[in-house]
Design a protein around this ligand. Structure first.
Ligand code: GYE
Length: 320
């Protein structure tokens, strides 16, 4: 009886709550002022992403308000706040880290500005597509990690020691590429991850971290880098230490940059899982459908290719 009463009380209380705010609509009009908040623009992946957004904007009747956070989540929060103050119609956000950007997304929603997330996600424990932002357009990072891991298990015959170079701490691709990879290699008892450290998705940090880790683990036989830039940096460090990447050490990574495809052809990089940076046309199309009131899925999934020595030369034009 007591229980029944408390659930009635709860039901009444819930019914009297104000309706939860939804993502603001985007009215149909001839042109839009669209904020594009980029995390940084100093590597091939980011440059390709920015260009894709700029190219698509022209054909989408978007006037872009562009901001580069220079690798700082604090600056990115300020950039989004600035776009809100400028009363843009829509914000396309490539969030650097999962947690720090959540309040900025909520603030945009309260200001009546819809947000489309591209490339990286925000904390799914607190933010929800369809309520706080329109959708997340991006790759399945857990699956990318799994594909890299399964390839490495095959290529090494399931034996050896691995150094893992992680992406930006707190970013969704770093968290998820680690999860997918670690899960796949855990199935090969003869393969062990001996060190796992962040090199911030950067080529030069990849080189430095690899150089340091090689001192503690001189006999490492494999490297998994969460992106191609760090893999290229690691290859430089391996060569500087007198090792032959591709034969002494098997290297695998994620992205599909032009430099990675060339490194595969040169026999130094074993494989890379593509992570497409070409979001412009998909973001434009998704926003167009949103203005028409179409139902948008919570996740607009980008499908990625896989490159190894069997196809890298033929796929060279896909590099960026
Ligand atoms: O893999 C990396 C970049 O967020 C998916 O960020 C993106 C990642 C990409 O810096 O190269």
């Amino acid at each position: 009886m007591k229980k029944a009463l408390s659930s009635i009380v709860l039901a009444v209380a819930t019914a009297s709550l104000p309706v939860l705010a939804q993502v603001p609509p985007l009215p149909q009009k001839a042109g839009y002022k669209v904020g594009f908040s980029q995390t940084e623009n100093n590597n091939p992946w980011r440059i390709a992403e920015t260009k894709s957004m700029q190219d698509a904007a022209a054909g989408c009747n978007w006037t872009l308000v562009y901001a580069d956070a220079n690798g700082s989540s604090a600056k990115q929060v300020a950039d989004v706040e600035n776009m809100i103050a400028q009363k843009v119609d829509l914000i396309v956000l490539a969030p650097r880290e999962e947690k720090p950007l959540v309040p900025a997304v909520m603030k945009a929603r309260r200001a009546g500005i819809p947000v489309i997330l591209i490339d990286r996600n925000i904390d799914q424990k607190v933010a929800q597509a369809g309520r706080d932002y329109v959708t997340f357009i991006g790759s399945d990072f857990v699956d990318q990690g799994r594909r890299a891991g399964e390839w490495l298990v095959q290529a090494t015959g399931g034996k050896g020691t691995i150094v893992e170079l992680e992406g930006t701490t707190g970013s969704s691709p770093a968290n998820d590429r680690k999860k997918g990879f670690d899960g796949a290699v855990a199935k090969a008892p003869g393969l062990r991850i001996v060190a796992s450290q962040s090199a911030d998705f950067s080529r030069d940090k990849g080189r430095q971290v690899m150089q340091t880790l090689l001192q503690a683990h001189p006999d490492v036989s494999a490297v998994y880098a969460h992106n191609d830039e760090m893999a290229v940096g690691a290859i430089t460090a391996l060569e500087a230490a007198g090792k032959k990447p591709g034969s002494d050490v098997t290297v695998v990574s994620v992205d599909g940059t032009a430099d990675a495809l060339k490194a595969i052809v040169a026999g130094k990089l074993g494989a890379t899982v593509q992570s497409s940076p070409f979001f412009g046309p998909i973001a434009c199309e998704t926003a167009r459908r949103y203005t028409k009131g179409d139902a948008i899925p919570a996740w607009v999934k980008v499908e990625d290719k896989f490159y190894d020595k069997s196809n890298a030369q033929a796929m060279m034009a896909n590099g960026y």
